[in-house]
Design a binder for this molecule. Sequence first.
Ligand SMILES: O=C(O)c1cccc(C(=O)CC[C@H]2O[C@@H](n3cnc4c(=O)[nH]cnc43)[C@H](O)[C@@H]2O)c1
Length: 221
Amino acid sequence: MSKDASARRVLILTAVEAEREAVRRGLQGAAGFDVELAGVGPVAAAVNATKLLAKADGQYGLVVIAGIAGGFSGQAEVGSLVVSSEIIAADLGAETLEGFRSLDELGFGSARVPVDPALVARVTEALHIGGLPVTAGPVLTLSTVTGTAASEAELTARVPGAAAEGMEGYGVAYAAHDFGLPVLEVRAISNAVGPRDRSAWRIKDALLALEAASARLAEVL
Ligand SMILES: O=C(O)c1cccc(C(=O)CC[C@H]2O[C@@H](n3cnc4c(=O)[nH]cnc43)[C@H](O)[C@@H]2O)c1
């Protein structure tokens, strides 16, 4: 049976176990939260989110995608946090001789899932008050991690203000939207988007930031 919205639980999804552990450490067993694995990439994330939501029988009132991510230069630096103002499947569309055309432009639906501005403001403010460096902005979902300056420039031109990129957001957001649930993406920046240099990824720092953010989420969601 469906529950009253105010009594509903929060489902937090991460791509990998290390992220799930960081979120769980931050939550410190707070009541009302479940932290589950989405898997890596938008397809695994959509399938796993759908399975969890179908099994949950209306007990969730909010879905959160949490994890590490690449940050766009000038928007989100390594070690900082990003709260999604919008979740965008940035490579879902068609390449044409005139440039990339999104799903929206092609007339096949939308590659963008909106996020409740009041929720974005509440979470961003809570992280800020907690002393954590945070910015709110569009979070891109890509099946292929950006690895060149040219691709980075193309994305920032196409999505002004893009703050971060991950690989699961749109998949989870699409599933949540399909179940009529609000969704939010919270990312801790482990690396700069651009020329690939895996040795420069600061995964430990990002996981610590994710843990600190999760402690605040336990208070504000
Ligand atoms: O190697 C480790 O210890 C480790 C610990 C936690 C997470 C990882 C990952 O590799 C997670 C992959 C996950 O991270 C997101 N991500 C991170 N940086 C980017 C990026 O620049 N562009 C797109 N996605 C990024 C993504 O959501 C992956 O699922 C490793």
